[in-house]
Design a protein around this ligand. Structure first.
Ligand SMILES: NC(=O)c1ccc[n+]([C@@H]2O[C@H](COP(=O)([O-])OP(=O)(O)OC[C@H]3O[C@@H](n4cnc5c(N)ncnc54)[C@H](O)[C@@H]3O)[C@@H](O)[C@H]2O)c1
Length: 341
């Protein structure tokens, strides 16, 4: 009997990469549940279908549809909850929709799982935005970036929660519910507070997915808009490394059920916005025009994930270094640029 694996938001960037990986194993039966609301993700679905995996099923549906979720979740052994309203900007203009999808939607899925597949492993894609602006961190400013003044390796899970922006609140509430379903109902849940993830199939735009967005703009010789001074720093994690962590967690669920992990590229894989632009200019051998605007709400000057807990508990660390990963993304985007029209 094949193992049923459910991916909500499975047509999205992380979802399509995860689905393709899981579908390689013929013992898996992979169900993608997505309402295709993110512009462009139909391309990801079309690409998945083109691979002609015999063990793949797509169900169009909304994470807010509790009745349908109860049917879809039945008999699942693994559930990856990736469906979300993903843009901070959109959450500010429509906070109720954002809450309904991210917070209530997650609760519906947890509850459906508790009722229909309580033994399933439940992986949740949370975000580093649950830590807010991190205004208390002592920083220095160089010509191209912000840096920590001390020896800080990054932000650990012990950092105070400080939900900032409706997106931060809705994902943060979901993050806490997911952990609590382990404490209260004994479900096998695990939460990943993800930094900036990048890689193939990402429909990057100005609101979300900035690495892919910058690469697309640069390849098209279009200007890039920067909100803030461009010195904000992010640790970049290539999607294949994230998927490895998901798989390691599922395999070692006895150790990590009920746990929360920060996950990102770590200190060695940071870029500021200005530095990524500089890197792209060198790679593409041309100048990129930039326009500067006001900071966006809740934007962190620096976020670097301290991955120590994940290394200690599960033996995970990132393997794809930033230059290699961004070069691969440039190559992929060159071949698929028409998909991002
Ligand atoms: N990509 C990152 O850098 C990053 C960082 C931190 C957290 N995350 C989280 O990881 C998850 C996946 O992110 P992604 O980058 O693949 O985003 P994505 O936008 O590419 O994928 C999300 C998918 O969810 C679907 N969706 C949206 N609303 C839905 C609804 N109401 N019902 C059903 N499906 C719906 C969309 O159509 C899309 O296919 C999200 O939960 C996001 O918050 C991503």
């Amino acid at each position: 009997m094949r193992k049923k694996i459910l991916l909500t938001g499975g047509a999205g960037f992380i979802g399509v990469n995860l689905a393709a990986e899981l579908l390689k194993n013929k013992d898996n039966f992979v169900v993608v549940y997505d309402n295709l609301s993110r512009p462009g993700v139909e391309d990801n679905l079309a690409w998945l279908r083109k691979q002609k995996f015999p063990n793949f099923q797509f169900i169009r549906g909304d994470i807010r549809d509790f009745k349908k979720l109860k049917q879809v979740v039945s008999d699942s052994r693994e559930i990856y909850h990736l469906a979300a309203q993903v843009a901070v900007t959109r959450s500010v203009t429509d906070p109720i929709e954002d809450f309904e999808i991210n917070a209530a939607g997650t609760l519906y899925l947890l509850e459906a799982t508790r009722l229909k597949s309580p033994g399933a492993v439940f992986v949740f894609a949370s975000t580093n935005k649950v830590y807010g602006e991190l205004g208390h961190l002592k920083l220095k400013e160089t010509q191209t970036r912000y840096i920590f003044t001390g020896k800080q390796k990054g932000v650990a899970e012990t950092e105070n929660l400080n939900f900032h922006s409706p997106y931060g609140n809705s994902k943060g509430a979901a993050d806490q519910y997911v952990r609590d379903y382990h404490r209260i109902y004994g479900m096998k849940t695990v939460v990943f507070r993800q930094s900036c993830i990048y890689g193939p199939h990402q429909k990057g735009n100005e609101d979300q997915g900035w690495v892919a967005h910058f690469v697309i703009r640069a390849l098209r010789q279009e200007a890039i808009n920067i909100y803030g001074d461009g010195k904000q720093v992010r640790d970049l994690l290539e999607v294949s490394d994230l998927l490895k962590a998901y798989q390691m967690a599922v395999r070692q669920i006895g150790k990590c059920a009920g746990q929360i992990y920060n996950i990102g590229g770590g200190l060695e894989n940071t870029f500021s916005l200005l530095e990524l632009i500089n890197f792209l200019e060198k790679e593409l051998k041309r100048e990129i025009e930039c326009h500067f605007f006001q900071w966006r709400p809740g934007d962190q000057k620096i976020f670097v994930s301290d991955n120590t807990k994940l290394l200690r508990d599960l033996g995970w660390k990132p393997a794809v270094f930033r230059e290699e990963g961004v070069r691969n993304l440039i190559a992929w985007m060159r071949n698929n640029l028409e998909l991002n029209d």
